[in-house]
Design a protein around this ligand. Structure first.
Ligand SMILES: CC(=O)N[C@H]1[C@@H](OP(=O)(O)OP(=O)(O)OC[C@H]2O[C@@H](n3ccc(=O)[nH]c3=O)[C@H](O)[C@@H]2O)O[C@H](CO)[C@@H](O)[C@@H]1O
Ligand SMILES: C=C(OP(=O)(O)O)C(=O)O
Length: 421
């Protein structure tokens, strides 16, 4: 069992190195499996547990994979895929497993999905994925636990997503990339990670237009080839380090962000956090007290739901009442109870939370219920008095690489411990 131990009170100062994006690298591993020949190289790979699971899953279906950890590089050779089964014991441990289906359909004519994991956030449907495959000509047999998708060649069609699903858009683009003819995906996701995946697929030979507009057109091609691609920075990791600087009254330079933090930056600025970009480096600091905030989560370019929990911790440390409206997932407030154990005053009413700050936080034993509630508790621990123990730390490791080491380099008192169950 992985546990994080945090002793609060230190202001974070120094340079934080931002990892590559989890939500870009996972679909890219899925995309690499579409190439029937050659070796794909992915650079700036975050060394997180979800990537380790993706490597195991790729190997289980016959891919040859090298994970060079210190070089943050993956080499993937998918020329010998030999099994359509995404086995439950690996696939149920992370959400990204769903992104292997298009490659199996194209390469082996079927995919047997024994389960899909990911954070427990309430309902996480996959109907857009399966309806889309059906529209492209696949047969989808949805059993109680196992889903069997079969296709002897897909054909382009017009697809519509009720809401712009992130992995749904990526999966349907990958399915369409090697289909016969033209596919149009309406109400497609606009997230930067989706655009990075489109960039990689385009290098591989795919013909995709309209990325970032909500209407994507894919002209199917005969084959895709192996390429080298550098994974974009993780804007969620960057957001967390910016918040860590803010709540400890510190000053941190973010290296490797490459992109603007968008609405997260504006919201933190409204709270009193200062940002200053110097070329490729983004400086973050906060001296005065934090002001309260209202946030409404939304698909890009709205406020990312994955930063809603970390922001709840920041709100608990602000002087006044903050309001949070979660619009993407129907069960993403598991943090509230844990934060209240530390002295926060968070009241949840359906999809809304009211955070009454500032209440002093005191370290205690708490549990990560999902990746982002886990990292939000790490933030709370950094600002709390005394020692905070965060159980189920594996969930944090799913999405943040070398977290304790990167925070210790900034002066945080944090250790990652492994104990017997
Ligand atoms: C690996 C990965 O990239 N994970 C991200 C991805 O998850 P993921 O791609 O699973 O999230 P989606 O965008 O698909 O889901 C958003 C909402 O749409 C609903 N929905 C989705 C698909 C579908 O077929 N039917 C349906 O109803 C879901 O129940 C959910 O309420 O986007 C989420 C929303 O930004 C992020 O929190 C996750 O970090
Ligand atoms: C919800 C998340 O991830 P996943 O979709 O991989 O469960 C997340 O990264 O916060």
């Amino acid at each position: 069992m992985v546990r994080y131990r945090v002793r609060g009170g230190n202001a974070l100062r120094g340079t934080a190195f931002i990892q590559g994006a989890k939500n870009a690298v996972l679909p890219m591993i899925g995309a690499a499996l579409l190439a029937a020949k050659g070796r794909t190289v992915l650079r700036n790979v975050p060394i997180i547990e979800d990537v380790r699971r993706a490597v195991e899953l790729a190997e289980s279906i016959g891919a040859y994979v090298e994970l060079h950890e210190s070089e943050r590089t993956l080499v993937i050779d998918a020329s010998r895929l030999n099994s359509p089964v995404l086995p439950a014991e690996i696939a149920r441990r992370f959400r990204g497993s769903v992104l292997f289906t298009p490659a199996l359909l194209h390469r082996l004519g079927e995919a047997i999905v024994e389960g899909v994991g990911g954070c427990n956030l309430g309902s996480r449907n996959l109907d857009f994925h399966y309806l889309g495959y059906k529209r492209l000509g696949a047969i989808v047999d949805e059993g109680e636990t196992v889903i069997h998708v079969k296709a002897s060649g897909l054909t382009g069609a017009t697809l519509y997503l009720d809401t712009p699903s992130h992995t749904g858009t990526e999966n349907l683009i990958m399915a369409a990339a090697l289909a016969r003819g033209t596919t149009v995906i309406e109400n497609a996701a606009l997230e930067p990670e989706v655009l990075d995946v489109i960039d990689m697929l385009t290098k591989m030979g795919a013909r995709i237009s309209g990325g970032g507009t909500g209407f994507i057109t894919v002209e199917g091609v005969e084959e895709l080839h192996a390429v080298e691609h550098t994974v974009m920075p993780d804007r969620l990791d960057a957001g967390v380090f910016a918040m860590a600087a803010a709540i400890t009254g510190g000053e941190v330079s973010l290296v490797g962000t490459g992109l603007d933090l968008g609405v997260v930056r504006y919201k933190l600025e409204q709270m009193g956090v200062e940002f200053h970009r110097q070329g490729a480096v983004l400086h973050v600091r906060c001296e005065g007290p934090l002001r309260p905030i209202n946030i409404i989560t939304d698909t890009y370019p709205g406020f990312a739901t994955d930063l809603q929990s970390p922001m709840m911790t920041v709100a608990a440390l602000a002087d006044g009442t903050s309001y949070i409206h979660e619009r993407i997932f129907d069960g993403r407030f598991a943090l509230a109870g844990e934060l209240n154990k530390m002295g926060a005053n968070v009241e949840v009413q359906g999809s809304r939370a009211v955070v009454r700050g500032r209440t002093p936080l005191t370290g205690t034993q708490v549990t990560a219920h999902d990746l982002r509630s886990g990292i939000a508790l790490v933030l709370a621990g950094l600002a709390a008095e005394g020692e905070t123990l965060i159980d189920s730390g594996y969930l944090i490791d799913r999405g943040h690489a070398h977290l304790a080491a990167r925070m210790r380099a900034l002066g945080a008192d944090i250790t990652r411990e492994i104990s017997e169950l």
